[in-house]
Write a protein that binds this ligand. Structure first.
Ligand code: FAD
Ligand code: NAP
Ligand code: SF4
Length: 671
């Protein structure tokens, strides 16, 4: 008997049966427009199909050029387009999978001056004012959806998903805030939903009955003036009647200011949204967002919150999520930690997506861990992310690996990251590595500080000794008030009620959150999370928003940088705003353009905008970046050895776990 009977139960759609309840949710992966993109996408999706996912949905493909995310982005408008997609659908079918193409018209979110919308109202996240569609243009746009679906069928897809959420064109028609039309497409509710219903009807008419149509319905807009719950139910019924096979859940427009998928969102927190609709329609409903373990997925299905679950990023992190669940080895799953660092942050920077914990994602054809023909003995020093990734990948290839760390636990700096409230998921990466180290027979020697002499006799030596925190040259830096972030996060240093943090990088922000957190565990408790972010879980308000209720912060914190400009500007593209809003709510004072003068009994002395200022604080926490830890590498080099350097030991500037893990894996692939 499987541990996940609901997750692994087949789903009969009439004309076809899906083998289980897992949909791979749509993600734009940035290969759609790459020169060898179709070959790489074929490998990417086929690997997920082999891993057992029930139905794959591609990244959004525009039905018309003006609806693409930006100029020249992927569209499905001609037979030639359809023929190019054949490589993808054939590869997925050969791997035993099923794949649907998402049709996405961005409307006013298109990042180009040809953007169109029901009304010429600029989105807060776009620099362009959209052109107001004429009646004739609306008719042509609906036909373009139908044509695109027909071409998707020609390309060999098993279905399409019509993207009706996240604030894209369909949402823009439905919401009165973005649709001010006075013709048959605007005004009354009936008029505003005419566009999605016409799209749905014409697509179904064009593709026939034996083709999957998933409709992604915006069930909780999280913007002022969004849909009410009654409107969501009404639309769902009408969409079903118009021919949808499955209704997927959409949560929040892109411009919403409530986190929906970041790591600080509790697992499966939004499944209540789908549950509210259960029983209102006959077609299967799909729950979404932060479903990253088979346990969470199974619970959602078993408790009747949904008929299916959609996992997107978790399948970047581990293509074998379903296969490992079915095999009863969930501990072997490489869990998505919700960081967005290599997926969404890449997409929004115009780069190909990948995954922090799985650098092979979207690089399947290029980063190959093939079995080695020459088995070598490899010593890896440092069990931080770089050393862990290198050890596991080298051992997987057949090398004999010994991994050393001076600490009693694996993880290096990551072991501190996981202690930050809201970053509990980082624990999963360390669990994954522990399982992999054991599975691949790596000889792990913890509590062992290595010197150059200990490394004689190995064929290859990898130095992954990471970083040491930088101590800035500020008079009084050795004053008892001044402590380092490692003392605070790992050493249990006492921190007073008022604090100044020197350095406002990722670690400065994390330390500010750590010190102001009141222990409410908002990232683990959905009710607390929704209370703090102002989400109306009864969905009695249009859009589902209410006033946030924030607890009093535990400490008064000042977060300081020398640079002028916005504090936190270097944080993640898609998550930085969450950290900035969070700290604002907690009353943290952000100070930019500071010159540090000294630390003494009075606190931290600064000059800001040529004005002297004293922060009368109990504690000064230093988060001023890192230096590479190279003593061992230097000793080896001096002894005539040629060690490999990875992670922070190689370059500490702009180091993060994404680079550390990628570099470790790449080196292992080349050993
Ligand atoms: P390290 O993690 O520094 O590991 C080096 C290891 O080498 C250590 O375990 C050390 O004990 C060992 N070692 C050193 N010398 C010896 C020796 N002679 N013998 C034996 N062992 C030795 N990154 C992100 O990408 N995203 C985040 O959200 C994020 N959040 C963070 C939050 C915090 C609070 C902190 C502190 C860091 C965060 N980071 C984050 C950064 C990330 O953890 C580091 O970039 C990453 O750990 C660097 O990996 P590494 O393997 O190069 O080195
Ligand atoms: P960082 O982002 O480089 O920030 C270092 C901070 O210290 C900056 O604010 C810098 O700003 C300041 N600083 C540098 N030299 C200084 C000096 N001599 N005196 C005083 N201040 C100095 O590094 P980090 O915060 O240590 O983070 C390390 C890495 O971990 C980062 O690269 C980051 O990617 C990663 N990380 C990521 C996240 C995430 O959420 N994605 C979270 C945590 C950590 P000024 O020079 O302007 O003062
Ligand atoms: Fe998940 Fe982070 Fe990987 Fe994106 S980069 S898939 S959020 S672990």
């Amino acid at each position: 008997m499987s541990e996940y009977p609901h997750l692994l139960e087949p789903l009969d759609l009439g004309h076809t049966t899906l083998p289980n309840r897992v949909i791979m949710g749509s993600m734009h992966i940035g290969l759609e427009e790459a020169p060898d993109g179709f070959e790489r996408m074929a490998a990417f999706y086929a690997e997920r199909a082999r891993g057992g996912v029930g139905l794959i949905i591609t990244g959004g493909i525009a039905p018309a050029p003006e609806g693409a995310t930006s100029s020249g982005r992927a569209a499905m408008t001609t037979e030639a387009d359809a023929d190019r997609h054949r490589a993808v659908t054939d590869a997925v079918h050969r791997a035993g999978g099923r794949i649907a193409m998402q049709i996405l018209h961005t409307g006013r979110y298109a990042f180009n001056e040809n953007a169109v919308a029901p009304s010429p109202i600029q989105a807060p996240i776009s620099p362009f004012v959209p052109h107001e569609l004429t009646d004739d243009e609306i008719e042509r746009t609906i036909d373009a959806y139908a044509r695109s679906a027909e071409l998707a069928r020609r390309a060999g897809y098993d279905g399409v998903e019509i993207m009706g959420s996240e604030g894209y064109l369909i949402n823009q028609f439905i919401a009165p805030a973005t649709n001010k039309r006075r013709d048959r497409w605007g005004g009354s509710y009936e008029n505003r939903v005419r566009f999605p219903l016409e799209v749905m009807r014409r697509v179904r008419a064009r593709v026939g009955d034996d083709f999957i149509i998933v409709y992604r319905l915006s069930m909780l807009d999280l913007v002022p003036g969004g849909s009410t719950f009654d409107e969501v139910v009404r639309l769902a019924k009408e969409i079903e009647a118009a021919g949808a096979s499955i209704i997927n859940t959409g949560i929040g427009w892109h411009e919403a200011r409530v986190p929906t998928i970041a790591t600080s969102v509790p697992r499966g927190a939004y499944s209540w949204v789908t549950r509210k609709l259960m029983g209102e329609v006959g077609v299967p409903l799909v729950a979404v967002n932060r479903i990253n373990t088979p346990e969470v997925a199974e619970r959602i299905l078993a408790e009747g919150h949904a008929d299916m679950v959609s996992l997107a990023r978790p399948l970047l992190a581990d293509p074998d999520f379903v296969a490992k669940s079915a095999a009863g080895t969930p501990e072997a799953i490489n869990t998505c930690i919700g960081c967005n660092q290599a997926c969404l942050d890449h997409t929004f920077s115009g780069k190909a997506a990948s995954c922090l914990v799985n650098p092979r994602a979207c690089r399947e054809t290029e980063l190959v861990l093939s079995p080695t023909r020459t088995r070598k003995s490899v010593a890896v020093v440092g069990a931080g992310p770089a050393g862990l990734a290198c050890s596991v990948s080298a051992a997987q290839r057949g090398h004999t690996v010994t991994l050393f760390d001076a600490a009693e636990e694996i993880g290096g700096q990551f072991d501190m990251a996981r202690r930050i409230p809201g970053k509990e998921e980082f624990d999963e990466t360390l669990r994954y590595y522990r399982v992999q180290l054991s599975e691949h027979g790596v000889d792990v020697r913890l509590g062992t500080r290595v010197t150059a002499d200990d490394l004689d006799g190995y064929d290859e030596v990898v130095i992954a000794t990471g970083v040491t925190p930088r101590t800035p040259e500020i008079p009084g830096i050795d004053h008892p008030k001044a402590v380092g972030y490692t003392d605070v996060l790992r050493g249990g240093a006492e921190v007073g009620a008022t604090v100044a943090i020197i350095g406002a990088g990722g670690i400065g922000f994390d330390v500010a959150e750590f010190l102001t957190d009141g222990g409410e565990q908002a990232s683990l408790d959905p009710a607390e999370f929704f209370r703090q972010w102002g989400v109306d879980t009864g969905h009695t308000t249009p859009g589902g928003l209410t006033d946030p209720e924030r607890p009093a912060p535990r400490r008064k914190v000042h977060l300081i940088q020398r640079k002028t400009g916005k504090v936190g500007a270097g944080l993640g593209k898609t998550t930085g705003w969450i950290h900035r809003v969070e700290l604002r709510h907690r009353g943290v004072e952000m100070i930019a353009g500071a010159d540090y003068e000294r630390i003494d009994d009075d606190g931290l002395h600064l000059t800001v905008d040529d004005e002297p200022r004293v922060l009368d604080v109990d504690t000064v926490v230093v988060c001023a970046g890192q230096e590479p830890r190279r003593d061992l590498a230097d000793a080896l080099t001096a002894a005539g050895r040629r060690p490999h350097l990875i992670g922070g030991a190689d370059v500490a500037a702009e180091l993060d776990a994404k680079r550390a893990i990628a570099q470790g894996t790449e080196l292992a692939a080349a050993l």
